[in-house]
Design a protein around this ligand. Structure first.
Ligand SMILES: *[C@@H]1O[C@H](CO)[C@@H](O)[C@H](O)[C@H]1NC(C)=O
Ligand SMILES: *[C@@H]1O[C@H](CO)[C@@H](O)[C@H](O)[C@H]1NC(C)=O
Ligand SMILES: *[C@@H]1O[C@H](CO)[C@@H](O)[C@H](O)[C@H]1NC(C)=O
Length: 308
């Protein structure tokens, strides 16, 4: 009988020493079973077919054999463990997707490190000039320098968006948003009604740190799903807010399109960062721009009609 087992390195060493093999023979045996060893990092060895007889012979308790903890495995094996098609369509109109594991733990560590020392109080841009407005927004923003990791993440986001808008579609520099207790961002749209050419056609809200209560991303116009399986992803017990609140789950992203297919601003994508009640949240804003976008005819009147 055998089973797949993750063996702590120190047990592997003990196994070899219990078998009282000379080091050269031990190396030979290791070489012989190398085909069975699929993951080896500093502290863990995953053996695909671990013979229970060996464990008994060495007096090892099979109960200590378990799956390798993902945090202890290096980056390449982590990505082997990640499914690559983990996207759920949440809504078709507006288009809202929920993306599990949009960023890896290594990328998160990198982004958080890259944001150290860059945080400044967030501004709002209701007019032409950004201003600090604690009635509307309390958080700190770090604009991240471009590097290999941020560029890869931008490309990943653009691929999901489907490069609609053509070759010129691009991502604004990534921004980390840090919310402490009481931090929030009031209801707003990501599209900018003031510009006449180029706009944020799609947004990804990525969660880097979600060690908090409160702090979800709320869309008052979206319909709360009936299917309880969504409760893993959205807050199903929230009586305080209308619509849908996505939980700040570390590594996940919510993707939405800010425009109708005809280019009109979508009114269904209004959203807010709900107040953090305890702990801390760090989000990552990815805004995808189509520089060729222009308002369709009658858009200004449509906005006035909608009271905006
Ligand atoms: C963290 O960022 C600094 C630059 O701000 C860099 O020198 C350092 O290597 C980074 N550390 C890690 C672990 O990425
Ligand atoms: C999460 O927050 C709690 C307190 O709110 C704190 O005790 C804990 O250390 C935090 N964990 C991490 C991983 O930051
Ligand atoms: C674009 O489509 C939306 C949704 O169907 C509609 O409300 C809007 O009026 C359209 N805009 C134009 C310019 O036709």
């Amino acid at each position: 009988m055998s089973k797949s087992a993750c063996v702590p390195m120190h047990l592997v060493r003990r196994l070899l020493s219990e078998l009282r093999l000379a080091p050269t023979i031990a190396v030979g045996i290791l070489a012989a079973i190398i085909g069975m060893v699929s993951i080896s990092s500093g502290n863990w060895v995953l053996i695909r077919h671990f013979p229970s007889g060996w464990a008994r012979a060495a007096g090892l308790d099979l109960g200590v054999l378990f799956s390798c903890p993902t945090t202890s495995i290096g980056p390449s094996s982590t990505s082997q463990h990640r499914a690559s098609a983990d996207i759920q369509v949440f809504s078709l109109d507006p288009l809202v997707l929920y993306i599990h594991n949009f960023v890896s733990q290594d990328e998160i560590s990198h982004l958080l490190n890259a944001s150290v020392g860059k945080f400044e109080p967030s501004r709002v841009w209701w007019g032409a000039d950004g201003e600090i407005d604690p009635q509307s927004r309390i958080s700190d923003t770090a604009i991240l320098d471009s590097d290999d990791v941020t560029e890869q993440i931008k490309q990943r986001a653009l691929r999901i968006q489907g490069w609609k808008g053509g070759k010129s579609t691009y991502s604004q520099p990534l921004r980390a948003q840090r919310y402490g207790v009481g931090g929030f961002y009031t209801f707003h749209y990501d599209w900018d009604k003031a510009v006449k050419r180029g706009n944020r056609v799609a947004t990804l809200m990525v969660y880097l740190v979600g060690n908090c209560s409160g702090g979800g991303t709320n869309f008052p116009e979206l319909q709360r799903p009936d299917d309880a399986r969504w409760c893993e992803v959205v807050d199903c017990d929230d009586g305080d807010y209308e619509g849908v609140t996505f939980k700040p789950t570390v590594g996940a992203a919510v993707y939405w399109e800010n425009m109708h297919p005809n280019g009109s601003f979508h009114m269904g994508v209004e959203h807010a960062a709900l107040p953090v009640k305890s702990g801390e949240k760090v989000g990552l804003n990815i805004w995808l721009w189509d520089p060729e976008w222009t308002p369709p005819p009658g858009e200004a009147e449509r906005l006035i009609g909608a009271g905006l």
